[in-house]
Design a protein around this ligand. Structure first.
Ligand code: SAM
Length: 349
């Protein structure tokens, strides 16, 4: 093992941050030995905060309409090959009812930025979910909104908000998004959400086109600055009908390494082992948990729309009923000595 990296992992564990240069060395000089050492340390920290519990989030992908045109995303506006859908309020409430029976105590409503779902519609929906299931947390993941909208959602009972920052390097951001979208605006939204008292999730893709080690170090330092309660990290996976169709997928090993680093930086963070990780690597989600993750997000969307929410190619779990997904996930977690718990799974800090 490289002595320097051993030392950097120890330093990260003690100080919960490193300099930009140190993060770059830690990432660039990875070896299988330093990977294993990092994961062991991340697990120790994770067990201290959350024992062997794994929190479940029921993911409801309620619309694949999107006004944005992010170059990497399969449901971008200009992809005319997408069969667009919106779930009705009744369908969404049914997903929650089914989820509740299956033991979910957090529902994540995720979608493209779809103007059909006005603030009033979202508020009405959230209020109904909260009324039907007062023991559950609601997470929104519907992109960039004005601060007054975020406030109205929060007042309606929304507990958490996921808005990946995508990359904390402004030049890189501009290579992944059209000119109307900016890193400054994305960050402003995240700080607004924090100020409004949400449990906030930022995050990024590993291996997105043009990403460098410097970009990853920027991501880590931004996470340090924001101090989010959740961090979503998954590999980039190309979608054949996007401008990045021919770009390679991100590395599963590097994705796991980033999960381990983030666990050491934020010991109490809610860190999902993502579906994208499970897509590029057999047992990717199990490996994610063993690298320090403590959340999984099985799909609760109706079966007939699953394939239509294709952010990237070959997405797993598009053909299984919600109950099968729950069952399968429970077996996967038990196979590595962890267990799914029936809990809202709030952040410990
Ligand atoms: N519209 C909301 C937003 O912008 O935050 C939420 C939906 S968006 C599709 C959810 C996340 O999917 C993005 O934050 C992005 O990181 C991820 N994603 C999109 N395309 C992807 C791809 N090709 N590979 C991996 N992840 C992707």
């Amino acid at each position: 093992m490289s002595r320097d990296n051993f030392h950097l992992i120890e330093k990260l564990k003690t100080r919960q941050t490193l300099t930009h240069d140190e993060f770059c060395s830690l990432i660039e000089e990875r070896t299988p030995e330093t990977d294993q050492y990092l994961f062991e340390q991340a697990r120790t920290v994770r067990h201290h905060a959350y024992a062997h519990d794994v929190y479940m989030r029921g993911l409801i992908e309620f619309t694949n309409y999107c006004k944005n045109n992010c170059y990497y995303c399969g449901i971008r506006r200009s992809n005319h090959g997408v069969d667009r859908y919106r779930l009705t309020k009744e369908q969404i409430l049914e997903c929650c009812d089914m989820g509740h029976i299956l033991g979910y105590r957090t529902f994540v409503l995720q979608g493209g930025e779809d103007p059909f779902f006005t603030d009033d519609k979202i508020i009405e929906l959230v209020k109904c979910i909260k009324e039907n299931h007062p023991d559950c947390a609601v997470t929104l993941s519907i992109g960039e909104k004005e601060k007054y909208s975020y406030k109205a959602f929060r007042d309606a009972g929304v507990d958490r908000y996921l808005l990946r920052h995508e990359t904390a390097n402004a030049e890189h951001y501009a290579r992944l998004h059209p000119s109307g979208l900016s890193l400054d605006r994305r960050k402003e939204c995240l700080f607004d959400l924090k100020e409004l008292g949400y449990q906030v999730g930022c995050g990024f893709m590993v291996g997105s086109p043009y990403q460098t080690t410097q970009c990853l170090a920027d991501d880590l330092l931004f996470i340090r600055e924001l101090e989010p309660q959740m961090v979503g990290i998954g590999p980039f996976i190309p979608h054949s009908q996007t401008p990045f169709a021919d770009s390679p997928s991100g590395s599963p090993e590097l994705t796991l390494f980033m999960l381990g680093i983030v666990r050491l930086m934020l010991p109490n963070v809610l860190l999902p082992a993502t579906t994208a990780l499970g897509t590029i690597e057999t047992a990717g989600r199990e490996k994610g948990i063993l690298a320090g993750a403590n959340v999984v997000m099985p799909n609760l969307s109706p079966l007939d729309v699953r394939k239509k929410y294709a952010l990237y190619n070959n997405k797993i779990c598009t053909g299984d009923e919600a109950a099968e997904c729950r069952q399968c996930m429970s077996g996967r977690m038990e196979s590595i000595g962890y267990s799914l718990v029936v809990s809202r799974g709030d952040c410990n800090s």
